[in-house]
Design a protein around this ligand. Structure first.
Ligand SMILES: *Cc1c(COP(=O)(O)O)cnc(C)c1O
Length: 233
């Protein structure tokens, strides 16, 4: 079995299904960016996809991401940081990621802002919202979203471009749908509060992306359906 061919085949299949989902609900497929989530997969698998012309890749762990960036520096790629973000890792991020999806604390935002100033960059970020109140997951509790976003929006080194969520895992994507719908509502509310557009909704993974597209996702984070199952150890 040719692993490289499998990756390309699955990627093409997913892209076709995204286009179909978009058309089914009257959206322009071009508004939707597929972020291929490559965490735990080796750089050589990522290279296969980048060489086939795929641009956007998502990583969860800072060191793993930086290692892959170095190894794949010869390729044209945009890196997205989608994992848990700690203040002490903030210094490694500015200038290296097209978009950080998982900002979820004012304290981390301040650390990031401080490092953006040092590098004279403005970092595009999304605020991750913990819609189901799950302790084991990151994200700003819904009740804190407005005050936290006001504080973060005032930081000159950060540019808030939208919201991200990761609903509980369900076998049926219809059960994830209300969370996607809620995130879209919160986005509208926050646009009013902050007085500027928030173009992005990062939502939808391997098991539920068609529903996410129907609810307005602009960024899909898909790993397993492209790269295959991750080793858990
Ligand atoms: C791993 C991960 C994904 C991808 O999940 P799959 O089910 O493999 O598609 C998406 N978003 C986040 C935040 C992740 O950690």
């Amino acid at each position: 079995m040719d692993a490289a061919k499998d990756i390309i085949d699955r990627w093409e299949n997913i892209r076709g299904r995204i286009v179909q989902s978009a058309r089914n609900c009257g959206r322009n497929p071009e508004e939707i960016t597929l972020v291929a989530v490559s965490k735990t997969h080796p750089a050589r698998s990522v290279r296969v996809l980048a060489q086939a012309g795929h641009l956007d890749f998502g990583e969860n762990y800072v060191q793993e991401a930086l290692d892959k960036q170095e190894e794949l520096a010869d390729l044209n790629m945009r890196w997205h940081f989608i994992g848990r973000l700690q203040s002490n890792k903030a210094k490694f991020l500015p200038g290296r990621f097209h978009l950080i999806h998982s900002l979820d604390r004012v304290k981390t935002a301040q650390a990031l802002d401080h490092n953006c100033a040092k590098h004279s960059v403005v970092q595009a970020v999304l605020l991750q919202v913990n819609l189901a109140g799950e302790d084991q997951k990151g994200g700003i509790p819904e009740a804190d979203l407005i005050p936290a976003s006001r504080e973060i929006d005032a930081l000159p080194g950060l540019d808030i471009q939208g919201l991200m969520c990761m609903p509980p895992f369900f076998d049926d994507q219809e059960r994830a749908r209300p969370f996607f719908r809620r995130l879209a509502q919160l986005r509208s509310q926050l646009e009013n509060e902050l007085g500027h557009a928030l173009p992005h909704l990062s939502m939808g993974m391997s098991g539920d992306y068609p529903a996410a597209v129907e609810e307005g996702a602009t960024l899909l984070r898909i790993g397993t359906s492209i790269f295959g199952a991750r080793d858990l150890n």
